[in-house]
Design a protein around this ligand. Structure first.
Ligand SMILES: NC(=O)c1ccc[n+]([C@@H]2O[C@H](COP(=O)([O-])OP(=O)(O)OC[C@H]3O[C@@H](n4cnc5c(N)ncnc54)[C@H](OP(=O)(O)O)[C@@H]3O)[C@@H](O)[C@H]2O)c1
Length: 209
């Protein structure tokens, strides 16, 4: 698949490498422009491209949001038609500039991201795992694979994201809707930033249901 990645730091850069190694085409972007990412894409190898944010979205069948949550309004500034028929993965978490969790009250962070683009097909994923675990935690197959949690309201989109997760050596576990599952995947939850297999994930999820 073609995967466009917005944000090329710890999570975006790590995911780019994993997707590329799994045979996908990737484009990466940031706020500074493609020129600033040339060395990085060269280090990734053939099949990696650097683009503007807008071109990255046009490029991808799937878009990974790997920028700070507080920068989500960049999506609102883009033409909403760009997102038509795209699946958007939201890896962001609601941290302030000083890395404090932003209190959203009743709201969830991915719902706030989804509000930026009407009709967006959003799946919350890749937000619960520390990037070094993502970088090093891939397993060939079997029950020892680590879990990446997914939440969303679009089952077809979740199926596509689950397959991508499998392609890079992890296993997807569905936590539910963007609201209920999204809440379970927020910072502070027992499944947040805790590496676990499917067996443990099912136990933890039952505990917080
Ligand atoms: N670090 C982790 O282990 C981890 C794990 C799970 C989820 N997350 C979440 O993933 C997101 C990224 O975290 P990170 O640790 O990868 O951060 P990071 O290393 O600081 O990378 C952030 C990236 O976003 C880009 N960016 C910033 N503003 C942008 C904008 N307006 N438009 C386009 N790109 C922009 C930055 O590039 P420029 O500044 O050059 O534009 C940079 O490439 C955060 O929401 C975080 O909560 C992080």
């Amino acid at each position: 698949m073609k995967i466009g990645i917005i944000g090329s730091g710890n999570i975006g850069g790590t995911a780019a490498k994993l997707f590329l190694n799994a045979g996908h085409e990737i484009a990466v972007s940031n706020s500074k422009g493609p020129q600033s990412l040339q060395l990085f894409v060269e280090s990734l190898g053939a099949g990696a491209k650097a683009m503007t944010v807008e071109d990255t979205i046009a490029f991808g069948d799937v878009i990974l949001l790997a920028l700070p949550w507080r920068k989500r309004e960049v999506l609102r500034s883009l033409r909403s038609e760009l997102f038509k028929n795209k699946i958007v993965i939201d890896a962001t978490n609601p941290y302030s500039e000083t890395f404090e969790v932003i209190d959203l009250g009743n709201r969830t962070s991915s719902e706030e991201v989804a509000k930026q683009v009407p009709g967006i097909h959003l799946v919350k994923a890749f937000n619960t795992m520390y990037y070094e675990t993502l970088r090093d935690g891939s397993r060939p197959s079997g029950e020892d694979r680590l879990v990446l949690f997914i939440a969303g309201d679009d089952d077809d989109a979740k199926a596509v994201v689950s397959k991508l997760i499998e392609d890079i050596g992890f296993v997807a576990v569905d936590t539910g809707s963007l609201r209920e599952g999204g809440r379970k995947q927020q910072p502070g939850s027992p499944i947040y930033n805790n590496s676990m297999t499917v067996e443990t994930a099912r136990i933890r999820l039952a505990e917080i249901a």
